[in-house]
Design a protein around this ligand. Sequence first.
Ligand SMILES: O=C(O)CCC(=O)C(=O)O
Ligand SMILES: [Mn+2]
Length: 95
Amino acid sequence: MLNYYRNGQDSVAWHADDEAELGPNPVIASVSFGAERPFQLRHKTRQDLPRHRLLLRDGTLLLMGNTLQDKWMHQIPKVKGLIEPRINLTFRTVY
Ligand SMILES: O=C(O)CCC(=O)C(=O)O
Ligand SMILES: [Mn+2]
């Protein structure tokens, strides 16, 4: 899949890539190009666990696997004042 973020006002809300057609515990490879954007993670049910925040820079490879999609949600939040675009490619197997 390809996501194009025109600027900091384009975003992806909290979700998990846990659709049945991806199978259990999918491995998803995610590559980022262009503007640096934060990537946030929060546990689906355990509010006592800390949230995590990664910076996805130009050329970053993020590998998501194990129970990440089953137990956690992620988002790309809006960033005020950001005018540079970003492209994200994700590679996932659909069964
Ligand atoms: O743009 C990103 O880094 C993540 C996009 C995403 O979560 C998705 O396409 O499912
Ligand atoms: Mn996702």
